[in-house]
Design a protein around this ligand. Sequence first.
Ligand code: ATP
Ligand code: MG
Length: 409
Amino acid sequence: MRQSQLFTKTRKDVSKSEEATNARILLKAGYIDQLMAGVYTYLPLGYRVIRNIERIVREEMNAIGGQEILMPALHPKSVWEETGRWDTIDVLYRFTTHYTGMEVALGSTHEEIVTPTAKKFVASYKDLPFATYQIQTKFRDEKRAKSGVLRGREFIMKDLYSFHTSEEDLDAYYEKAIEAYHRVYKRLGIGSTTYKTYASGGTFSKYSHEFQTLSPVGEDTVYVCHDCKIGVNEEIIHEMDGCPECGAKLEQTTAIEAGNIFKLKTKFSDSFGLSFTDKDGTEKPVYMGCYGIGISRAMGVITEFFAEGDSKMTWPEEVAPFKVHILALNTDKEDVMNTAEKLYQDLSSTGTEVLYDDRDERPGSKFSDADLIGIPHRVVVSSRSLEQGGVEYNGEVISLPDLLTKLSA
Ligand code: ATP
Ligand code: MG
């Protein structure tokens, strides 16, 4: 894409009072726009990042047999009453409709929707197991929404639900999901610092697991073993005598919850009467698991991890909005513009995603914009580089053919 055509620009008017680094960087770089606290528009650059995160998550969920669906965001009160959660979920947005006076909620999670849907298709053990997921906007009336896209009141989540004939089958799938989650975080560039963390299982199970990305701005306190890359959540630390895997002493730190998985067992199938006829003819409840990842929060986590100060960012390659940023410096020089243009065309024709800064701007502002936008590979075309026989990449002048070999998709 030509940067002169991008309708957003970097912004200098972002308030210093914005508390979170991710919000400052993403607002300044023109990735997001804020409508109100916790509610954002994803602008072209930001939405490319979101779609890349979604693609990675989709690929990994498909790889563990997840079938993608899209559930409604608008829910009748009745399904929330079935589970008794209408009155107990404090963040649930509830309201009465204008014409019919019907009470409805905006979905904060979707067990209440997916379980009755599954019931329409599950009769026998032959219909199980299966897993289904969606990537969708969730609504939560969060008390505090000052952490940029880390905590939205409207945010994008992937939620997968799995359905099984037995606890053993659920357990086996749960382990597969853990592996898939590790692959997701690795591809997002935060694998080395995202720890599987033991958390309370609530009423459903002994433990659930969170995927916690260690970060000084994290709102959660976790106790970690760096050798095993394992954490223990604050709620259950008193039950633990050191690392649950190796027994070593745990270190207290802060982290951001990037994902959370639960064994729901039969809690929701009991509420909705989701059962199946087993091989021996007896009727049994379906065992369920649920598996969430914050998609828009992941954009914030990655920003917090890869930002250097308030005006420099480098996106990991798989999530970056573009792979290559071409900066043409001397826009009044025909040879510079011709070379930059040819490079842009040649790279694009191999399927490489390129942002081409063809704007008539001073080199200084091109560099500072590029620092903020954070595209991982930067190529500078200038009169000076052409005199030295090519273009500048990673601090060296290299020839066009060499560059094309290095950066082609
Ligand atoms: P938190 O403790 O941070 O409020 P949660 O435990 O309530 O999160 P879950 O219900 O487990 O969240 O949701 C699954 C995932 O969705 C979380 O692990 C997180 O990555 C993401 N998420 C939850 N709440 C928000 C939010 N308000 N904004 C953005 N992402 C969120
Ligand atoms: Mg959670």
